[in-house]
Design a protein around this ligand. Structure first.
Ligand code: ADP
Length: 458
């Protein structure tokens, strides 16, 4: 066939759909910055810019034993953190996988599960069991709850809306700290819940504890979000609390919501629109849906399905396995991109083992290139968000560190480099002044440090 398109021809189409030019990125940065500012001025904006009631940076001298519970999108983590001062800490932790059912069942049951896990963790870490926790002693607890909550003080927070695929009823609009406290009493866990924090805020504080040049934190996990430290008077919606003050407060941007509903600023493809419309929250978290681990595999899967429908891929093969929504994990993109073999043996393995599909070399090369397009777009859009905060706060000249965490950042090959390239495309060479680094255990350690800061303020 003279007019039959090759895989390389198809790739060209997707290349133009998924590639962001520097000029386009700068436009996004401008709009993003405006959105951040509006969020500080008025309540209930699309990007909520949530005041966290974490006042200023840690000194690095916070000390003591703290417990932290971290309810993420995929796992529940329970940690015992010993802060040693001088930016040092020790950490012991247990991880529990959350099932899809747990994400949808009664909210109180979810917090009961957290309390039960924490209770078991405390029991297995008491001195008589060879651990560090003294029997009968009450331990301060930081609760990392990484969903948008509106707070009026540090130890309380009303869930604004679930994100990242959660939908547990009777939780939105409720004080999740109170729900967790009720569960802690039920399971007789000897702790005092000192602080309710978001993972981004935790990562911000923990990164700064270890590396004081940190000014911003970003999470690239199931969801995507950022936090930074703001001058109190700039948070206009706090009214007279901030007036004339020299203090600072961490802001949880909840930037995953950028461009939600209006869809004015971000270049969305047909696949992004399908992801959105078939999600449990259509219209919401528009920025996050282009970037985070929950969605990247699905975006790539939808491209593959389109090519199956067009008769380009897997003709004559049974494709039902790959046609199930969300079966293509973002971890597969990492694996495909890091396949070092000429034959792309890893990609053969993924398609035969998980989807019972035979692939040609040309198809495998196409899949690898497609993963790169989807992953690169995510990194470059994240760079736009970081650049918006950098611009707003005037961090470009002197530079700053950005603490980052989450599987996408930690495990996706080249993700950090692509964020850095994006920053140079936006800012020119000065973009090199902004450097991301991995914040080890940020959400757990940050929770402990914030619990310590809170106790010190009391
Ligand atoms: P959390 O749920 O707390 O955000 P993670 O930071 O581990 O937890 O993020 C989980 C997300 O990361 C999932 O969406 C998963 O698909 C994705 N993920 C897991 N492993 C990898 C990997 N190797 N490369 C890219 N993404 C990954």
């Amino acid at each position: 066939h003279a007019n039959k398109k090759t895989m390389a021809d198809h790739l060209r189409k997707y290349d133009s759909l998924f590639t962001l030019t520097p000029q386009r990125m700068r436009m996004i940065v401008e709009a993003f910055r405006d959105t951040l500012e509006t969020g500080l001025q008025k309540k209930c904006q699309i990007v909520p810019m949530i005041p966290t009631f974490v006042f200023g940076w840690p000194t690095g001298e916070e000390k003591g034993d703290f417990l932290a519970v971290d309810l993420g999108g995929t796992n529940l983590r329970v940690c015992l953190v010993t802060l040693q001062g001088e930016g040092k800490f020790e950490l012991t932790q247990s991880k529990y996988r959350l099932t899809e059912e747990q994400k949808q069942e009664e909210g109180q049951k979810l917090f009961d599960f957290c309390a039960e896990c924490l209770g078991n963790f405390v029991k297995s870490n008491i001195v008589s069991a060879g651990g560090k926790i003294e029997e009968g002693k009450n331990i301060p607890l930081g609760f990392t709850f990484s969903y948008p909550c509106s707070q009026e003080r540090i130890d309380h927070g009303e869930l604004i809306r679930w994100t990242k695929g959660f939908g547990a009823p009777n939780t939105e609009g409720h004080d999740v700290a109170a729900m967790f406290r009720e569960a802690l009493v039920k399971y007789e866990v000897p702790v005092t819940l000192e602080a309710l924090i978001n993972d981004t805020t935790g990562t911000l504080i923990a990164s700064h504890y270890v590396n004081p040049s940190t000014k911003i934190a970003v999470i690239f996990g199931t969801g995507c979000n950022a936090a930074y430290m703001e001058k109190l008077p700039a948070i206009e919606k706090l009214g007279n609390l901030g007036e004339g003050s020299a203090d600072e407060m961490a802001i949880n941007c909840e930037w995953g919501a950028f461009d939600s509903f209006e869809h004015e600023h971000l270049p969305r493809t047909t696949y992004d629109i399908i992801v959105d419309e078939t999600s449990n929250k259509p219209g919401e978290q528009s920025f996050e849906k282009l970037i985070s681990g929950r969605y990247l595999g699905e975006i790539l899967r939808l491209v593959i399905c389109e090519l199956i429908d067009e008769g380009v891929l897997f003709l004559g093969q049974n494709t039902y396995k790959i046609e199930i929504p969300y079966v293509f994990d973002t971890a597969f993109l990492s694996l495909m991109e890091s396949d070092p073999t000429d034959e792309l043996l890893m990609i053969i393995g993924i398609f035969t083992h998980f989807f019972a599909l035979e692939t040609t070399l040309a198809e495998r090369q196409f899949f690898k290139a497609l993963a790169k397009l989807v992953g690169r777009r995510a990194a470059r859009l994240s760079a736009c968000g970081i650049a918006a905060i950098v611009n707003k706060m005037g961090y470009l000249e002197d530079g700053c560190s950005v603490g980052a965490d989450g599987s996408l950042y930690n495990k996706y090959p080249g993700f950090a480099d692509r964020v850095h390239e994006g920053l140079v495309d936006i800012f020119g060479l000065k973009g090199k002044n902004i450097v991301t680094h991995h914040a080890e255990d940020g959400s757990g350690v940050g929770s402990a440090i914030i619990a310590a800061m809170t106790k010190n303020r009391k």
